[in-house]
Design a protein around this ligand. Structure first.
Ligand code: KG4
Ligand code: ZN
Length: 400
């Protein structure tokens, strides 16, 4: 089965072509094509994602990105086709908010034969609703023209699945192949990204119970907001990581004593907004030297890692989890990866820890293909997809 997947929930536009050999979760996944365009440079000047700009960029870049991914997968055969009047009208109606994308889609589908794609997987939430709609409408358009069913994917389920996959030897040269391992349940998923910080207890694949979450900022948001206060570019996570590594290497003394919010709250919830406030007061009126920023970045990372480790330990104790799956953009953090690996190997040797390949930590379309495959039974026909799939900024995992 060839899966064409689309991701536009935030500031990464991504399309991939993944072939799945076998049924979920016993399939082998081969990455035939993978194209990703990061808008980070564009949003840097705003210090965060600017939704209307992100939406326009997704619409501009999606059709050429799709062409790139399909070409990489060698699934395009040039031809010259006419689109019927009827299909052209359907397209214009569907994409009336993105007229430029309409022309680019018409160009794409009339320049090549219908590619051998079996299913389209598209992120329908959670995320920024205006940007999600661009991906959803693009999926609907291709689905109607090529007559291919669509699966609306939960972005967070994608993060979970891509964390577990293990690379296996590939049949084809230059193509990476992966398998989903035999994960032992119950499994605890810790999702840490720019918009989410939560624990989901999984009794099995695709079966979630949320047992804890942030009451205010997400971890990634805390990194991004503090970084902004320190005058660092967006997104702050990687910048803080880089500076913190310097601070740690030089073993700099503590710059700021930061709180460990909610450690004794008695539940599995988080709160990170207090860190922002503590840093704001801590640096008010001060001119930060390079060393100060390194020490502060390290202090922030330490506070966050401390809270994550302790809460995760508590969640494991409470739930009896056999496996721990960490997913989301913040799992790219070197410090978080190292501390989690060390700590849980030492304290819970029987627990299996899954952390995504660094390149799969932040948003991508491979994760969307995996989640699409896991939910292939929820695929909708082109007509049904057109009428029923909606972007849902708050889509929860429990109703994935
Ligand atoms: O999952 P993701 O790509 O997008 C969302 O779904 O939110 O996560 C993005 C978040 C941003 O807040 C970014 O600062 C953070 O992940 N991030 C990191 C690192 N790389 C990305 N945080 C800490 N250390 C990193 N190396
Ligand atoms: Zn994400």
């Amino acid at each position: 089965m060839n899966i064409f997947s689309i991701e536009t929930s935030a500031d990464e536009t991504a399309v991939s072509i993944v072939s799945a050999d076998g049924d979920f979760p016993h399939a082998t996944y081969s990455i035939l094509g993978n194209a990703l365009y990061s808008q980070i440079k564009i949003h840097e000047e705003y210090g965060g994602i600017f939704p209307s700009v992100a939406k326009r960029e997704h619409a501009r870049i999606l059709p050429p990105l799709a062409e790139t991914a399909l070409k990489e997968a060698s699934l395009l055969t040039e031809c010259s086709m006419e689109l019927t009047q009827e299909k052209t009208e359907v397209l214009r109606e569907l994409l009336y908010r993105e007229p430029d994308m309409t022309e680019a889609v018409i160009e794409l589908v009339t320049s090549y034969e219908k590619p051998p794609i079996d299913i389209i997987a598209v992120t329908s939430g959670p995320g920024l609703e205006p940007t999600l709609w661009v991906g959803v409408n693009f999926a609907k358009a291709l689905s109607l023209i090529w007559d291919i069913p669509v699966v609306p994917v939960n972005h967070m389920e994608g993060h979970i699945l891509v964390s577990t996959i293990q690379e296996v030897e590939s049949q084809k040269s230059k193509v990476k192949s992966y398998e989903i391992p035999q994960v032992e349940f119950p499994a605890l998923a810790l999702l840490i990204s720019g918009g989410h910080t939560e624990f989901d207890l999984m009794s099995d694949w695709t079966n979630y119970e949320r047992i804890g979450q942030t009451r205010d900022d997400a971890v990634g948001e805390a990194f991004d907001k503090v970084a902004r206060m320190m005058g660092l570019p967006y997104p702050g996570g990687p910048e803080i990581s880089r500076l913190a590594a310097g601070g740690r290497q030089q073993d700099l003394p503590e710059f700021l004593s930061l709180p460990r919010p909610m450690l004794d709250s008695g539940d599995l919830d988080f709160s990170f907004s207090g860190l922002k406030t503590a840093v704001r007061y801590g640096i008010a009126g001060k001119e930060l030297s390079e060393t100060d920023t390194q020490a502060l970045a390290r202090d922030l990372e330490d506070a966050i890692v401390d809270v994550l480790i302790k809460k995760t330990t508590k969640a494991i104790e409470q739930s009896g989890a056999q496996s721990l799956i960490i997913g989301g953009g913040v799992s790219a953090s070197t410090r978080i990866r190292e501390v989690f690996k060390d700590h849980f190997a030492r304290e819970y040797p029987d627990l299996t820890l899954y952390i995504p390949e660094r390149a799969h930590s932040t948003d991508n379309a491979i994760m969307i293909a995996l989640a699409g495959h896991a939910r292939v039974d929820t695929a909708l026909t082109p007509e049904a997809a057109r009428n029923e799939i909606r972007a849902d900024g708050n889509r929860a995992l429990s109703d994935a």
